[in-house]
Design a binder for this molecule. Structure first.
Ligand code: HEC
Length: 246
């Protein structure tokens, strides 16, 4: 028997042992493969997208801070002053004011008063600086896009390392099923060398981006809820970098 064959024999018996162990755990805890493991959804705050789309204007990131500095200060549209009964501090108050018609900036008083040339109507009133063309344009786009109470997290997909970025993702999301006891898809994702194998053969990026010909991972009906767009971007970057063990 050559060493390759005996190696395969060892592997096969290891597999059998693992199967026995997982069967034992299955029976002893009465929790088999089909129980959905506890995995935290990709974004802890479900009101925030885990990635900022450059075509979208986000209320929480851009509009709220802008209205806060330009309108919702003392003497104007903060809660205490509420000039004209308009409070522009929170999303709820902005919508309640009735000055925003989602999808229709030209019919929205909030937009009309920042673009008007009428000195009696313009907001913020003189001697305050009028809003810049760029600021006006973001408000226009936000209303146009439905005046949503949306926000996003900046995704750092540049400074990606195995230890700081990839390992935590694999451990929190993938290892739940790909461990010696579950052995889903006959795949263990315990350490760097395991992850490097699926990085090299294309299965890591193929499964998480739902590429044709690959199973969809993580293996949930709604897999995108469990792995975020930012995490996917980070994994792709790491694989393209040659999946370094850094
Ligand atoms: C809920 C359990 C579960 C989770 C979580 C999960 N997987 Fe899987 N995985 C499976 C199952 C089950 C299979 C086998 C699917 C099949 O063959 O149809 C599989 C198969 C795979 C395969 C294919 C193996 C092969 O050789 O073809 C890869 C690659 C994979 N998973 C990667 C991942 C990665 C990466 C993650 C984390 C982002 C992950 N999985 C999370 C259950 C899971």
């Amino acid at each position: 028997m050559n060493s390759k064959e005996s190696n395969n024999d060892v592997k096969a018996s290891l597999k059998t042992i693992r199967l026995i162990i997982s069967l034992y755990i299955c029976v002893s805890t009465m929790s088999c493969k089909h129980e959905v493991p506890q995995i935290t959804p990709a974004t802890a705050d479900s009101t925030l997208s885990d990635i900022c789309n450059s075509d979208t204007v986000y209320f929480k990131n851009t509009i709220q801070p802008l209205l806060q500095t330009a309108c919702a200060y003392s003497g104007c549209h903060d809660a205490a002053s509420h000039e004209d009964d308009v409070i522009l501090d929170t999303y709820e108050n902005i919508i309640r004011s009735g000055k925003v018609k989602a999808g229709n900036p030209d019919d929205s008083k909030l937009y009309k008063v920042i673009v008007t040339t009428d000195a009696d109507d313009i907001m913020p009133p003189p001697p305050n600086q009028p809003l810049s063309a760029a600021q006006i344009s973001t408000i226009y786009t936000w209303i146009m896009q439905g005046a949503k109470n949306n926000g996003c997290l900046q995704c750092d997909s540049m400074s990606v390392t195995y230890s700081q970025t990839i390992k935590p993702i694999i451990e929190s999301i993938c290892k739940t099923c790909h461990n010696p006891y579950m052995l889903s898809g006959n795949l263990i994702l315990n350490d760097y060398s395991d992850v490097a194998v699926i990085a090299a053969n294309g299965k890591l990026t193929g499964t998480i981006t739902h590429a044709p010909g690959y199973v969809t991972m993580p293996d949930f009906a709604d897999s995108t809820k469990y792995i975020g767009q930012c995490q996917i971007k980070q994994i792709i970057k790491w694989v393209n970098d040659g999946y370094p063990n850094n």
